[in-house]
Design a protein around this ligand. Structure first.
Ligand code: RIB
Length: 295
């Protein structure tokens, strides 16, 4: 089976749902506190595995209870964790998350061991069909993985979250990038809010050498552009409880669809369906659907 290597962060999320997100200096009373497994890398690995992918996760956790729970959780999803290393000096990653009544969130990440995942921890990536990365680990590690992938002409997908600038060298050889509207704006300077502005932003990224661009646009669905194809695909109307990990579910699903050689249109429809289910549930990995739930 074609392997998906997800290289990225693993966190334990500490979540409270409130009526509205507090401003600076403000205290708000929220609902019941809960913890669940998170981290953009681990979320994407879990999404890919639950949706039918053969997944290897490359990450770093602390020598603590959260790190052990993270590894156990990934293994329960049948994810290969041979390349999850343990850091004795830094704690496992954690994230403090507040979710408002509309399902929007505010996230603060304490990266801990994630920030120590370096190029020396990367395995031989030769057996990977797809390499999927996000931006919660050091950018040098992402660049090193992309350089290895280039040697073997593998497809690299970057979900550029949380937003930060990416070098032209990294962008030049990317197979696919999956920003949301805000991240697309950060990367291109184009404020994205509809198909026209999404096209403008995508064109900036295509000019830098990225082969395929998908901009996820929440309720509006997703916009796709390559040199010779353009698609705008709607999202179904659903009752939104918590948008945490919707983008992760989308990127994990796209990776699976690509290993199954789906067309871009079918791949994006599949990923939108998965992400639309995730927003109806609370939590990060707790919200990710299984393949049999996607109609
Ligand atoms: O994308 C959602 C994730 O961002 C959360 O699970 C949190 O851990 C942060 O990494």
């Amino acid at each position: 089976m074609k392997k998906i290597y997800v290289i990225g962060s693993a966190n334990t999320d500490m979540v409270v749902k409130t009526e509205f997100l507090p401003g600076p200096g403000e205290t708000v009373l929220g609902g019941t506190f809960f913890m669940n497994a998170g981290g953009k890398g681990a979320n994407q690995a879990v999404a890919a595995a639950r949706l039918g992918g053969d997944v290897v996760f490359v990450g770093r956790v602390g020598d603590d209870i959260f790190g052990k729970q993270t590894i156990e959780g990934l293994q329960k999803e049948k994810i290969d964790t041979r390349f999850v290393s343990e850091d004795r000096e830094n704690p496992s990653g954690t994230a403090l998350i507040t979710v408002n009544a509309e399902g929007e969130n505010c996230i603060v990440v304490a990266p801990g061991a994630n920030s120590k995942l370096n190029a020396a921890h990367l395995p031989d990536l030769r057996e990977a069909e797809i390499i999927l990365m996000q931006l919660e680990i050091p950018i040098e590690t992402i660049e090193a993985a992309a350089a290895k992938a280039k040697e073997h002409q593998q497809r690299v997908i970057i979900n550029p979250a949380p937003a930060q600038p990416l070098s032209d060298v990294l962008l030049k050889d990317l197979f696919l990038i999956t920003p949301n509207e805000t991240e697309a704006d950060h990367l291109t300077g184009v404020s994205v809010n509809d198909k026209l502005t999404a096209r403008k932003a995508a064109e900036v990224l295509l000019r830098k050498g990225v082969q395929h661009v998908i901009i996820t646009m929440g309720k509006q669905g997703a916009y796709y552009k390559s040199e010779d194809k353009e698609l705008m695909i709607d999202a179904p109307v659903v009752e939104v409880l918590d948008t945490t990990a919707a983008g992760d579910t989308f990127s994990g699903a796209i990776a699976v669809a690509l290993t199954e050689d789906k067309s871009w249109e079918d791949a994006i429809r599949f990923a939108i369906r998965a992400a639309s289910i995730s927003v109806t549930r609370l939590g990060a990995q707790a919200s990710v659907p299984y393949r049999n739930e996607i109609g």
